[in-house]
Design a protein around this ligand. Structure first.
Ligand SMILES: Nc1ncnc2c1ncn2[C@@H]1O[C@H](COP(=O)(O)OP(=O)(O)OP(=O)(O)O)[C@@H](O)[C@H]1O
Ligand SMILES: [Mg+2]
Length: 375
């Protein structure tokens, strides 16, 4: 949707943006993050042509924006800045109307529709239109003004929304509420959003992809989870916080915690062999897989001990309906399932059903000790 190709921005002789190439997909929230002065605002302003690149190109839907009419371009791009930028002498209603296409709407029905949509937008960001539409910006709190700013960015129904640290001046609670509202709006209205912040928690919460900028260069551009797990270099790791993944357990997958090489065998293995293997490996169950290593079920030592004939195959006492976690399941879901089903371990399978590993109490302890002791 938005494509930067070798974009350079210089002020006098200073390179502020040093040849960046990246793209933002349609309907995704891309978050630009980086220390103060790294060029985030500059990148944003080049998208709506408040600034022009020194070289390189920026395309929207494959069209170089240089060739487009600036006003038409901006009409398709909502812009929210930290200081909100509401006109102080206009009411909230007027502030929103001025950016919505009301002026162009000649027919009464069309105008009515726009007005109704504006009221809905206010409602969606948690402001009652009856209460707020006729107030002036100065009569609103910072958080309320910022909500109007967000509603206004969506008002013209643009394809793209640029947000430059829109929530950074707000207290943490208001800030979280607005993040939630943005996500709610986004799930309904599906825009292509480029969001600037220097708060990693905000980036993780909002982003489909996070772009880490440092001194005018992109260090890494990837899904939050990937960045947390595999920060590409020292700076990113430091910026991300070394153990950040542990404070965001939703992003920890079963495969990150599981032990590989779980004890397994085929269903035609004799019960005696199963029992020996379990004793040798000090486990109380053995997973049964087919010839392609797909999980079929489990055999438990207590069942084997009760079996009348140890020479019969494992298939005889195979439990087929056991809980298996998918490799990509969040560890929180897995732990919930394990608790609900009162099991102390869970096999982990790939999408195709092949056995990948096992989560046990000991794998959790190992993971925790790596976090708190080993490092
Ligand atoms: N008009 C200008 N003339 C000269 N240098 C500028 C100009 N505007 C910005 N810069 C420089 O370009 C660099 C990038 O600025 P930019 O505003 O994009 O940073 P930023 O990442 O948004 O920072 P912040 O997090 O503080 O908002 C900075 O070093 C800044 O000093
Ligand atoms: Mg900035």
């Amino acid at each position: 949707m938005i494509q930067f190709k070798g974009v350079v921005k210089k002020y006098k002789q200073q390179d502020v943006i040093r040849g960046i190439t990246f793209d933002v997909h349609e309907n995704e929230i891309a978050v630009l993050i980086g220390p103060s002065g790294c060029g985030k605002t500059t990148v944003l302003k080049m998208i709506n042509r408040l600034l022009e690149p020194t070289s390189g190109s920026i395309c929207i839907r494959g069209e170089d924006i240089k060739t487009k009419n600036v006003y038409r371009l901006r009409r398709n791009i909502g812009y929210v800045i930290q200081s909100v930028g509401l006109f102080p002498h206009l009411t909230i209603r007027q502030n929103i109307e001025i950016v919505s296409s009301l002026g162009g709407a000649k027919k009464k029905a069309e105008r009515k529709k726009i007005l109704q949509k504006n009221a809905e937008l206010l409602e969606m960001v948690g402001l009652h239109p009856e209460v707020f539409l006729d107030r002036y910006p100065a009569q609103l709190s910072g958080g309320q003004q910022q909500r109007v700013g967000v509603a206004r960015a969506f008002a013209r129904d643009p394809e793209i929304i640029l947000m430059d640290e829109p929530f950074s001046a707000l207290d943490p609670i208001t800030r979280e509420q607005l993040q939630d509202e943005l996500l709610r709006l986004q799930s309904k209205l599906r825009k292509t959003v480029v969001f600037v912040t220097h708060d990693m928690d905000e980036a993780i919460k909002l982003a489909d992809r996070i772009c880490i900028l440092y001194q005018g260069e992109i260090l890494q551009y990837d899904a939050p989870e990937k960045i947390l797990k595999n920060p590409v270099d020292g700076f990113t790791a430091k910026f991300v916080g070394k153990h950040r993944i542990w404070t965001t357990p939703e992003l920890i997958r079963a495969e990150d915690i599981m032990l590989i090489n779980p004890v397994s065998t085929h269903k035609n293995c004799s019960l005696l062999r199963c029992l020996e293997t379990m004793r040798f490996r000090s486990v109380d169950s053995i997973l049964i897989v087919d010839d392609e290593n797909k999980l079929e079920g489990a055999v438990y030592s207590e069942d084997v001990e009760d079996a009348p004939d140890y020479h019969k195959p494992a298939a005889q006492i195979l439990h087929r309906n056991i809980y298996a976690a998918k490799a990509q399941d969040s560890i929180l879901d897995v732990l919930r399932q394990m608790k609900q089903r009162n099991v102390s371990s869970a096999p982990v399978i790939e999408e195709d059903g092949k056995l990948a590993g096992i989560i046990t109490k000991s794998s959790l302890v190992t993971a925790l000790s790596k976090r708190y002791v080993d490092q």
